[in-house]
Design a protein around this ligand. Structure first.
Ligand code: PLP
Length: 486
C-alpha cells in the first residue's frame, strides 16, 4: 500500500483498513501474508465463501455474452432466470422480483412501491411509515429515514431525513421482555403497541410497517418472539397497511430457511427485500420481492413501477447471484445452515453461557449475536470507553478470526455485541475454530478490562473503527474524543 494519505476515501480518515490480497473458501489472505478465518462472511455476505470458481465462470460467461443493457428497452436471460429461480412457485404469494444494486436501493424501492401501491389503490393519504427502534435499513435517504440506528443518522437530523416516519419498540426479548412476562405476552404487548401507534397517527394514513425479520447489525441478531410477526400481519391487514420485511441480512438462507420469516408462522409479507447473501459478495445485487396483490394493483393502474436505476437487473450481477443460488440449492446449503446452526447455538451456549460478561446469546441458523454486559444480573452495558466489543473483535483478528462488532446494542448508544455469521458452507472444523478463537479473544478482552480504562497500553489510539461500521462510534463519539496519536 502507498505511504501517502490514500486517495481512496476509506470509512475512517484516520485508520486504513487491512489490505486483502486473496480470498478462498472461508479464509482471507492479507497482503502481509496473514490468514484470517472469515467468521462473519464480511457482514453476512459471503454465503458460499470466497473465490468460488463456478461463480467466476458464470460471471465471465455472462460478460462475454452481454455485459450491460439498459432495462428501458432490453432484458437478459440472466436477469429473467434469476427472478424465475427466486420466485418459482410464487413462494408465499410473492410474484415479482425488482433487482437493484444494493440493499439501500432495495429498501428505497420497497418504500416507493408501497407508496405507489396506495396511490394507485385510491388512498393517496397513506404517507406515513412506521418502523422500529434499533433497526437498520440502509444509508440512502429513504432507507436511512426508516432506520433508527442512531449513530448513522446524527449529522443528517433535520436536513436529510424524512419526518413522516415513527418508531415502535424493537422485538428484543433480552431487554424488552418484562420479568414474569411470557414470550406470548411479550409478543402480544409489542403487537398492541403497533396497533396503538397506527391509531395514534391515524391508521388510514399509514403506508407500511417496516421490520427486519431477525434484526441485523444494530442490536445483533435479535429474534422475534413467537407469534409476533403473525400478530403484526393481522394488525397491518386490519388497517390496510403494507408489511415490508427487510431480509437483506437475515434472508437468502442465512437463518436456516430461505426466508427468515418462514419460521414465524403465517406472515405473508407484501414486500421482502434481499441483499448481502443474494450475490454472496460476487457482485453488487439486491432486490425487492413483491406479493402478487401489490403487483396486481399496479397492473390495474398505471401498469408500471414509477422508478428505475441505470444498473437495475444488471446482467453480470444477476449471473453471479444466479450461480450463487444454484450452488446453495444444489449443495443443500440452507438445510446445512440449519444443521450447523443448531450445533453453533449449542456450542456458543456451552462456551459462553455462564460467562460473567455475556448477557445474551441469540440468533438463528448461522446468524448469531453475543451481547456483552458489564453485569449479568442488572444487564448493565459496559461504559462506552471500555470499547469492550471492539476489544473482542480486535483480539479475535489478532488471533486470525474475523467477527463483526457492533456498539449501541442496548439503546443506540450503550452496549456491545459481536456477530458470528460465517459462510453457509463453512467446514465443521472451521466452525469449531470460530467458537474456540472467539472465546480466547473474549478471555483476553476480559483480562484487559482491569487496565483498559480509556487507554490501551500497547496501541496508542483512542478509538478504532476496524471495519468502520460500528454503530456507536462512526459519528457519535468522534468529536468528543482526542485525536488519535500516530
Ligand atoms: C446491510 C443492510 C442494509 C443496506 O444494504 P446496503 O447493501 O449496505 O445498502 C439494509 N438492511 C439491512 C437489514 C442490512 O443489514
Amino acid at each position: 500500500m502507498p505511504d501517502h494519505d490514500p486517495r481512496l476515501m476509506h470509512r475512517s480518515l484516520l485508520d486504513r483498513p487491512l489490505e486483502v490480497s486473496s480470498a478462498s473458501g472461508s479464509y482471507l489472505t492479507l497482503a502481509s501474508g496473514r490468514r484470517i478465518l472469515d467468521g462473519c462472511a464480511g457482514a453476512a455476505v459471503a454465503a458460499i465463501g470466497h473465490g468460488n470458481a463456478e461463480v467466476q465462470a458464470a460471471v465471465v460467461a455472462q460478460m462475454s455474452r452481454v455485459s450491460y443493457v439498459h432495462t428501458m428497452a432490453y432484458t437478459t436471460d440472466s436477469a429473467e432466470r434469476l427472478a424465475d429461480a427466486l420466485l418459482r412457485d410464487r413462494p408465499h404469494g410473492l410474484s415479482k422480483a425488482y433487482l437493484v444494486g444494493s440493499g439501500s436501493e432495495a429498501m428505497d424501492s420497497a418504500l416507493k412501491l408501497a407508496r405507489q401501491f396506495h396511490v394507485e389503490n385510491g388512498q393517496p393519504e397513506r404517507k406515513h411509515f412506521v418502523a422500529r427502534q434499533q433497526a437498520y435499513h440502509g444509508n440512502t435517504i429513504g432507507a436511512m429515514s426508516v432506520s433508527s440506528n442512531l449513530a448513522r443518522k446524527v449529522p443528517y437530523n433535520g436536513a436529510l431525513l424524512l419526518d413522516n416516519v415513527s418508531f415502535v419498540d424493537a422485538a428484543y426479548g433480552y431487554r424488552g421482555q418484562w420479568e414474569g412476562e411470557t414470550e406470548d405476552e411479550y409478543a402480544a404487548r409489542l403487537v398492541a403497541q403497533l396497533q396503538d401507534e397506527f391509531r395514534r397517527v391515524g391508521p388510514d394514513t399509514v403506508a407500511a410497517f417496516i421490520a427486519e425479520t431477525v434484526g441485523g447489525a444494530t442490536a445483533g441478531c435479535i429474534t422475534p418472539p413467537r407469534g409476533y410477526l403473525e400478530g403484526v400481519r393481522r394488525v397491518c391487514d386490519e388497517h390496510g397497511v403494507l408489511l415490508i420485511l427487510d431480509e437483506i441480512m437475515c434472508g437468502s438462507g442465512r437463518t436456516g430457511t430461505y426466508f427468515a420469516f418462514e419460521q414465524d408462522g403465517d406472515v405473508r409479507p407484501d414486500l421482502v427485500t434481499l441483499g448481502k447473501g443474494l450475490g454472496g459478495g460476487y457482485a453488487p445485487i439486491a432486490g425487492v420481492l413483491a406479493h402478487q396483490r401489490v403487483v396486481e394493483t399496479l397492473r390495474k393502474g398505471t401498469a408500471s413501477f414509477n422508478h428505475g436505476h441505470t444498473y437495475q437487473a444488471h446482467p453480470v450481477s444477476c449471473a453471479a447471484a444466479l450461480a450463487v443460488l444454484q450452488i446453495i440449492e444444489r449443495e443443500g446449503l440452507v438445510a446445512e445452515c440449519a444443521r450447523k446452526g443448531a450445533w453453533l447455538e449449542s456450542e456458543l451456549r456451552r462456551v459462553f453461557g455462564s460467562e460473567k460478561h455475556v448477557g445474551d446469546i441469540r440468533g438463528r441458523g448461522l446468524f448469531w449475536g453475543v451481547e456483552f454486559v458489564a453485569d449479568r444480573a442488572s444487564k448493565e452495558p459496559f461504559p462506552l470507553e471500555k470499547l469492550f466489543g471492539i476489544r473482542v473483535q480486535e483480539r479475535a483478528l489478532e488471533l486470525g478470526l474475523a467477527v463483526y462488532p457492533g456498539r449501541g446494542t442496548a439503546d443506540g448508544v450503550k452496549g456491545d455485541h459481536v456477530l458470528v455469521s460465517p459462510p453457509l458452507n463453512i467446514s465443521d472444523e472451521d466452525l469449531q475454530t470460530v467458537v474456540t478463537v472467539l472465546k480466547q479473544a473474549y478471555d483476553q478482552a476480559v483480562k484487559g478490562l482491569s487496565w483498559v480504562d480509556g487507554k490501551c497500553p500497547e496501541k496508542q489510539y483512542w478509538w478504532h473503527e476496524p471495519c468502520g461500521t460500528l454503530n456507536g462510534g462512526l459519528y457519535g463519539s468522534h468529536h468528543a474524543r482526542p485525536q488519535r496519536k500516530h
